[in-house]
Design a protein around this ligand. Structure first.
Ligand code: COA
Length: 328
């Protein structure tokens, strides 16, 4: 038995930071940002009382509405995030409380930008084993809480956002048909990270002074690794499943940089109209990017029975992976 996505929903906060806004904060400019990343603006949750659980809670409520089921039908909630409200309790437990999913267990999964795909594949195992019939998977990050708006190499990239799905047993031949996930901590751990606030460097005046509670990235290293990993994984998913440029309906890639998306699509031989990109509007929302794309595809009526979707991601860790879904 395979697992199928039976509802999608997204939540983007109203606040917008454009490239022109960033020009006023940093030594950067709209032309540079657009040509190097494809990003024009990003959404920011400006209300400090609204953390990741708020974004994910809004998604969870919409998912229940769209599927037309009570919260008590949900058996498991997985939230993929690297910006939980707090280190504990898990943001998934906060979301469970928000919607009153009294029969669900709940936990967070942190695979950074690959979080949604990792969580979706994890959730699918509970459907495939027969353990559960209704699982909610949400990817969301309030990146503005860890972005250093004095660092032009990262401030331009990230935005806030969340989205998710409900997973249920699939019709024969449909659903999540393949997933191949990877991690490489040996080579990835030093290039994209936040050093402060964990058990290695608990918060002190010094960690604050050294800006250790912000995201740090070696953009060039990450870029090179991401291009190779996403393109290779996409090609592997195609090869394993007899997919080609004609029978793929949509490539749904993680939205980190338009140049990485383009390189992945090129390797797959896909024409631009099959490649989902909304990075211009939202930047990189980390665990939010892929489910936001799915929700927009569904809103736009572009997902049909038999649509073949390839999703690919890359993120801190390093973590990366690909997935093949036949929409039911
Ligand atoms: N505005 C203007 N100039 C900038 C800038 C900015 N925001 N950021 C960097 N620059 C400058 C650099 O200082 C450098 O100047 P120099 O040549 O005088 O030294 C020049 O632009 C090129 O910088 P570089 O870092 O080589 O740019 P890049 O083409 O690698 O682009 C990133 C930088 C961050 C956009 C790119 O590396 C990237 O997207 N990396 C991967 C990010 C990612 O995907 N992260 C998440 C993974 S999930």
């Amino acid at each position: 038995m395979k697992a199928a996505i039976t509802a999608t929903a997204k939540y983007l906060p109203d606040g917008v930071i454009t490239n022109f806004d960033l020009e006023r904060l940093l030594e950067t400019n709209d032309e540079w940002i657009r040509s190097r990343t494809g990003i024009s603006e990003r959404r920011i949750e400006k209300d400090p009382s609204r953390a990741t659980s708020f974004l994910c809670g809004e998604v969870a409520k919409q998912l229940l509405d769209k599927r037309g089921i009570p919260a008590t039908d949900i058996e498991l909630i997985i939230v993929a995030t690297m910006t939980p409200d707090m280190l504990f309790p898990a943001t998934a437990c906060l979301v469970q409380g928000i919607i009153g999913a009294d029969n669900a267990w709940a936990f967070d999964l942190n695979a950074a930008c690959s979080g949604f795909i990792f969580a979706l594949n994890t959730a699918a195992q509970f459907i495939e084993s027969g353990a559960h019939k209704k699982v909610m998977v949400i990817g969301g990050d309030k990146m503005s809480s860890i972005v250093d708006y004095a660092d032009r190499s990262t401030a331009i990239l990230f935005g806030d956002g969340a989205a998710g799905v409900i997973l249920e047993p699939a019709d024969e031949g449909y659903g999540i048909l393949d997933a191949k996930l990877y991690a490489d901590g040996a080579n990835g751990k030093d290039h994209l990270l936040m050093t402060g606030g964990g058990s290695l460097h608990p918060a002190t005046a010094e960690t604050v002074e050294k800006r250790m509670h912000f995201i740090h990235q070696d953009g060039k290293q990450v870029f090179k690794a991401a291009v190779t990993a996403m393109a290779d994984t996409a090609a592997e998913i195609m090869q394993r499943n007899g997919l080609n440029a004609e029978n793929i309906s949509w490539l749904v890639p993680h939205q980190a940089n338009q140049r990485i998306i383009h390189a992945t699509a090129e390797r797959m031989g896909l024409s631009d109209e099959k490649v989902i990109s909304n990075i211009a509007n939202y930047g990189n929302t980390t665990a939010g990017t892929i489910p936001i794309c799915l929700a927009e595809l569904e809103e736009q009526g572009k997902l049909h029975r038999d649509s073949n979707l390839v999703m690919v991601s890359f993120g801190a860790g390093y973590t990366w992976g690909g997935m093949y879904v036949k929409w039911q």
